[in-house]
Design a protein around this ligand. Structure first.
Ligand SMILES: Nc1ncnc2c1ncn2[C@@H]1O[C@H](COP(=O)(O)OP(=O)(O)OP(=O)(O)O)[C@@H](O)[C@H]1O
Length: 421
């Protein structure tokens, strides 16, 4: 008789991974729970949130009667996730540490530990996502030899595993998994991929997992928690005072502590002003933040962006994109936002231009544009350039019709929002 398959499940101390481990047990697998400690500072109440979560993960293992392990990736998280987070903010971008954490910590450090030290046949997480592999196909991957040599032969990844959206489209977390490697996905089971959150909670309630049910859903960036973002980030980055400037007439409306505190699209909170103003751009040389007076101001809308080299889940761009250099698909740049129809144009260097069929609000440098074709998450690229806003285009058009040929810019013109290198 074949020995039970060994699955190592990442347990966060939350309800989703607890139920994932329970379902794996029900499938007859030998399950081990592992808690990762990635951040060990105290939270806003002076409590180490990671210790509390670890305790909850341990209790899940007790209820399920499975072994429990704890690993620390505090150093790796700092080097690979948090340092990148800070340096992106310093560049005026808005990073997504959850995507970077999945790539470098959960689906790299943890995966290696589980497969190597713990002898797993597969790993599992409580993410709401699916892949195109059945469990048995995942177990067989353990015995597939990796291609040798420095460069992997492009034809060696035959029949790549697909990353598919979860059945519960509201909970779908493929956005956060869009930078995960093919090799990791081939070894991963997502037991919750076909379930709704409501059903997962019901399973937890019926199986003695009340202690994780009562916990609040994890929201936002884990190491910041409910703390004020400005206070948090100013512990790590030097203040860089600058001005808030109206994009409409260049008037100075106030001052701020650092342009890295602001993300395109967010409300600016300018002291002394009652009306809401929204961040539409940042001037990297002067440190100024440009703002517009309405939440639907055309300066907030763009239909063009360029990414860095795209990480394709299949390791290769889709064949149709390679052939035609263009492809229709959908994208989103924030978790849970509606998918936006777009056209991708593939560049020689593996980067893409993304043209949305309609201008979208709040496109931001540093965020990931995540691509979808039907149910399939194709991969993602970090947004490194933005096209001109609808406002800049409107102004350009009216100038072209009004001004005599050859007239230059005047001081009242809006700042240049055209793509920057
Ligand atoms: N500290 C951790 N240790 C081990 N696994 C973790 C940890 N944090 C997250 N995970 C894994 O990643 C999955 C997704 O994490 P996320 O932070 O998005 O939590 P979630 O969707 O609220 O899930 P959960 O309810 O399990 O906390 C979790 O279900 C779990 O498998």
């Amino acid at each position: 008789m074949q020995a039970a398959r060994h699955v190592v499940c990442a347990l966060s101390g939350g309800v989703d991974s607890a139920v994932a481990a329970l379902l794996l047990r029900r499938r007859g697998y030998q399950v081990t729970g592992v808690f990762m400690k990635n951040w060990d500072a105290l939270d806003e109440h002076g409590v180490c949130a990671a210790d509390r979560d670890c305790e909850d993960a341990y209790r899940v293992c007790q209820v399920l009667d499975i072994p429990f392990h704890q690993v620390s990736y505090v150093k790796e998280y700092w080097n690979d996730v948090f340092s990148d987070f800070l340096s992106e903010y310093e560049k005026g971008r808005t990073p997504n540490p959850d995507i970077v954490c999945n790539k470098h910590i959960k689906f790299s450090c943890f995966l290696r530990h589980a497969m190597g030290s713990l002898g797993a046949d597969a790993v599992a997480t409580g993410h709401y996502a699916r892949t195109s592999l059945e469990d048995e196909e995942v177990f067989q991957q353990k015995h597939v030899k990796r291609p040798e040599g420095l460069f992997q032969n492009r034809f060696e990844v035959r029949n790549p595993v697909k990353l598919l959206q979860a059945a519960d489209s509201f909970k779908d977390q493929t956005f956060f998994l869009s930078q995960v490697s093919q090799e990791a996905l081939r070894r991963t089971i997502f037991p919750l991929g076909g379930l709704t959150k409501g059903f997962v909670k019901k399973i937890a309630a019926e199986n003695g997992l009340q202690h994780v049910l009562q916990k609040k859903e994890s929201m936002g960036i884990c190491f910041i928690g409910k703390r004020n973002f400005e206070h948090f980030i100013l512990q790590y980055l030097q203040p860089r005072p600058g001005r808030f400037i109206s994009i409409e007439d260049n008037t100075v409306l106030g001052t701020h502590q650092g342009w890295f505190l602001y993300t395109l699209g967010q409300r600016a909170k300018i002291s002394g002003l009652r009306e809401p103003w929204f961040v539409v751009d940042k001037d990297s040389t002067k440190g100024d933040v440009l703002v517009a007076p309405r939440t639907d101001h055309p300066a907030l809308y763009r239909d063009l962006l360029r990414t860095n080299r795209v990480h394709w889940i299949a390791e290769e761009p889709p064949a149709i994109l390679v052939r035609d250099k263009m492809m229709e698909c959908h994208f989103r740049f924030r978790h849970q936002m509606a998918l936006v129809p777009c056209v991708l144009t593939l560049n020689q260097d593996g980067t893409v231009w993304v043209t949305a069929v309609k201008a979208v609000r709040g496109l931001t440098l540093g965020q990931f544009a995540v691509f979808y074709k039907g149910d399939e998450c194709l991969g993602s690229g970090k947004i490194l350039r933005l096209g001109p806003s609808a406002y800049t285009l409107q102004k350009g058009r009216s100038r072209a019709t009004a001004a005599p040929k050859g007239s230059g810019d005047n001081p009242g013109d809006s700042p240049d929002l055209s793509p920057t290198p």
